[in-house]
Design a protein around this ligand. Structure first.
Ligand code: C2G
Length: 148
């Protein structure tokens, strides 16, 4: 009896499409590294930038830079091909499909959290850049301002 072969996976005509998400507030080296490493995994990098409200929900504060400013900063990176607004974590599956992503990339602070999207695309968690975050920058600057 002939054995059924799996259907070939259709590849995107423009190459391998990568999608990633984040707030990218106070854009820093950790953000540069994750975007650069994400782009190196494919040909086209799409970035979902969290809305101000989503960040308030995730981190309990509004970002320092507005959504428009963060879209402009991330969109200006030479490794980023496209930006859009991420309104909710739960919409990730829709965003993956709308942008025809082959790979979802996130920092490993999110390890395991998005494994259920493996039915839609490959899911890769990259090691976080140590010792830097937007929250840490805000804390250090605030402490300095209070000491002055
Ligand atoms: N990142 C990193 N190293 C750091 C800081 C951040 O690799 N030192 C990565 C995070 O893991 C994430 C991306 O940079 O993949 C953006 O980080 P944030 O701006 O902190 O975004 P976050 O609040 O994690 O939002 O849908 C998921 C969320 O929107 C992700």
């Amino acid at each position: 009896m002939p054995v059924a072969q799996p259907a070939p996976v259709a590849s995107n005509p423009g190459g391998r499409r990568i999608i990633t998400f984040g707030t990218f507030d106070l854009f820093h080296l950790g953000h540069v590294n994750v975007l650069r490493r994400a782009k190196a995994l494919g040909d086209w990098l799409v970035v979902g930038v969290s809305s101000d409200e989503l960040n308030a929900h995730k981190k309990g504060r509004r970002p320092f830079f507005s959504l428009e400013e963060r879209l402009a900063i991330v969109g200006d990176s030479r490794v980023v091909d496209e930006v859009f607004v991420e309104y909710a974590l739960e919409l990730k599956g829709d965003y993956i499909q709308q942008h025809r992503a082959d790979v979802l990339v996130m920092g490993d602070d999110w390890a395991g959290r998005f494994d259920h999207y493996k039915s839609l695309c490959e899911v890769i968690y990259l090691p976080r850049t140590p010792e830097i975050s937007s929250t840490q920058i805000i804390t250090v600057v605030r402490a300095g301002a209070n000491a002055a």
